[in-house]
Ligand binder design. Structure first.
Ligand code: CMP
Length: 138
């Protein structure tokens, strides 16, 4: 079990003005921010980040959406971070997300689902390293 996970507030949630609301929920749930940046990724960078999904039918839609506007990327720390953060954000498809989760509150569809959360400790490290150098972590 690791104590870190990686998240992105996706372009839909940024556009809708929900950065503050989502960060407040992350803080209230006890996650400490280790690294954070407001940035925008290219189609090529989105393709690399989501390479694991490259054979899925939604890969093109996913990478185009994730490069369509600014995002907030962050590394978060808490005991049992990966699993607890996935509970906080709710199911990938907001229609199946539990009441009170970030996706239930702020996501519109399975593609535009407001936030990303790492699905394993290994991916949390890979994804955090994709966005942040050692000098950007506190
Ligand atoms: P995320 O947690 O960022 O990781 C992979 C993403 O693929 C997922 O969130 C969804 O936004 C997206 N995704 C999964 N299934 C579909 C789908 N059927 N159509 C479009 N996007 C999808």
């Amino acid at each position: 079990m690791s104590n870190r996970t990686f998240t992105m507030i996706k372009p839909d949630a940024v556009k809708a003005g929900n950065i503050g609301n989502i960060l407040q929920m992350i803080n209230a749930a006890g996650f400490k921010i280790i690294a954070m940046k407001y940035t925008k990724i290219s189609l090529d960078q989105a393709g690399k980040f989501y390479e694991v999904h490259k054979d899925r039918p939604f890969y093109g839609e996913l990478t185009e959406f994730m490069s369509s506007g600014p995002i907030v990327a962050a590394i978060l720390e808490k005991e049992n971070a990966v699993a607890d953060f996935r509970k906080l954000i709710g199911a990938t498809n907001p229609a199946q997300a539990e009441e009170g989760t970030i996706r239930k509150l702020y996501a519109a569809s399975v593609g535009e689902n407001a936030v990303h959360g790492s699905d394993s400790d290994d991916n949390a490290k890979i994804e955090g390293d994709f966005f942040f150098s050692g000098l950007e972590r506190f």
